[in-house]
Ligand binder design. Structure first.
Ligand code: GLN
Length: 485
């Protein structure tokens, strides 16, 4: 038995039956990191010692009968979720030495279950990007083809799960950063409803859009991780006090009568890669064969989605990132004598170019005289985008689309072309603008053998419907069983 290849579900069973220990399992995954991460580059920090200690504590808990579904399971964490005593860099020079004094709410929840934190994984700096190429720390490669990007910004999360160097991972999704890398690396990823998972301890990028969610090897594993992290948290003012169902209870066969909408505007989108198009057509057929009813719906404000997002997200980022000034924590240019010069120099050196670009755009859009024309107008159009979904969900239970217009591109291919990079977010941004849950599930491979993901979106707090459809789709297909060489 190859321990590092196990799913969370299977490993949990073996742990509970005492056929394996968490120490064996954790050791196997750390060995896997050591064997593969030179090539993949998913990890920023491997917390070997503390992981082995947690594994030991998990084995003790299991021996004493204190078992939760994630007890003893080794996981990786995107490097913008605060972990007490463990470096949290946001893949930025400006936080290169930041060790949080507290755990994020989701980390506390994982630790309460006895999960093992393996370490922190790479990302685009402050989660700004779609390829993980904006990391100031290192390059992460796609395990399916190491000359290609793993997607982003949660590229380290997706690559670690695809390479079996983590059994699951937590990422964050502001405009697609869980779903798009999940799609490019052939794993499952979920962005929950805004307010479903606490953002306490998540380093903020764009606060009205950010959500934490899981990346896993299977839909069942995703439901198990959601069970652990979802729920009200008074420490996050946008967290919603709403009962959390047992998501694994939705994993039942049968899609008869489920109504799935295909947005006309998405499927008519220009520039859709033929292999993605073909995978979508197959997916539609598979869902129909499973008994679902598929028909066209309309999301008329789709042409404005990219523009709205790329005003709102930089505005909120420029405000959130004002705190990195070299005074309170992180990098400081100590050579400067004057306070304003110290700010200027620290931020110019500490932030990468893409982050600076967004701070400049956001600050401009928020400045006196421009606020109404940009942030104000974008917020109004955002409401129209939300309305589109509300209307669509009056006729359907789920909406289906591609995750990304093409499979993973080559490293460096779009690095100097921010506009092309922004435009490739077309299918994922709207779920964040509308605050609805969405998921990426493996649905095919390109002619070059690169994974392709299917996106399913549901109405607010309807994650159960996503799990039901994704589970049935997964069980009817073989894509999730393939592993990269
Ligand atoms: N690619 C988008 C961006 O660059 C989304 C990133 C994210 O979801 N964090 O902003």
């Amino acid at each position: 038995m190859t321990l590092h290849e196990l799913s969370i579900e299977k490993a949990g069973e073996l742990l509970r039956n005492k056929e394996i220990s968490s120490q064996e399992l954790t050791r196997a995954v750390i060995d896997r990191i050591e064997a593969t991460d030179d090539k993949i580059g998913a990890y920023v920090t491997v917390a070997k010692d503390s992981a082995m200690e947690s594994a030991k504590a998990a084995d003790k808990a299991i021996a004493e009968g204190r078992v939760s579904p994630l007890t003893g399971i080794p996981l990786s964490i995107k490097d913008l979720i605060c972990t007490k005593g463990l470096l949290t860099t946001c893949a930025s020079k400006i936080l290169h030495n930041f060790v949080p004094p507290y755990d994020a709410a989701v980390i506390r929840r994982l630790k309460d279950q006895g999960a093992v934190i393996l370490g922190k994984v790479n990302m685009d700096e402050f989660a700004m990007g779609s390829s993980t190429e904006n990391s100031a720390i290192k390059l992460t490669r796609n395990p399916w083809d190491i000359n290609r990007i793993p997607g982003g910004s949660s590229g380290g999360s997706a690559a670690s799960v695809a390479a079996d160097s983590a059994m699951g991972s937590l990422g964050s999704d502001t405009g697609g950063s869980i779903r798009q890398p999940a799609s490019h690396c052939g794993v499952v990823g979920m962005k929950p409803t805004y307010g479903r998972v606490s953002r306490f301890g998540l380093v903020a990028y764009a606060s009205s859009l950010d959500q934490i969610g899981p990346l896993t090897k299977s839909v069942t594993d995703c439901a198990m991780m959601m069970n652990a992290i979802a729920g009200y948290d008074p420490a996050d003012s946008t967290s919603v006090p709403k009962e959390v169902p047992d998501y694994t209870a939705s994993l039942k066969p049968g899609l008869k009568g489920m109504r799935i909408g295909l947005p006309r505007e998405y499927h008519a989108a220009e520039g859709l890669h033929p292999d993605v198009k073909q995978a979508m057509e197959h997916s539609v057929k598979t869902l129909e064969d499973l008994g679902a009813e598929l028909f066209e719906v309309s999301l008329p404000h789709t042409p404005y989605v990219v523009a709205v997002y790329y005003v709102i997200a930089p505005c909120e980022a420029s405000s959130n990132l004002a705190r990195y000034d070299g005074v309170k924590y992180g990098f400081r240019d100590k050579s400067q004598k004057d306070l304003l010069e110290m700010y200027r120099s620290t931020r110019s050196q500490g932030f990468g170019l893409e982050v600076q670009r967004r701070i400049v755009i956001g600050t401009y859009c928020l400045s006196a005289g421009y606020y109404d024309a940009y942030y104000g107008k974008a917020s109004q159009v955002r409401t129209l985008i939300m309305e589109d979904f509300k209307q669509a969900f009056e006729t359907c239970d789920l909406i289906l689309s591609p995750v990304a217009p093409a499979p993973a591109f080559a490293i460096g291919e779009n690095a100097d072309d921010p506009l092309t990079m922004y435009l490739s977010d077309i299918f994922t941004l709207s779920a964040n603008l509308a605050g609805i849950p969405a998921m990426s599930v493996p649905c095919g491979f390109s002619k070059d053998g690169l994974p392709i993901g299917l996106q399913l979106m549901a109405s607010h707090f309807n994650e159960e419907m996503l799990f039901k459809a994704a589970y049935n789709f997964e069980q009817a297909t073989e894509f999730h069983k393939r592993k990269p060489m």
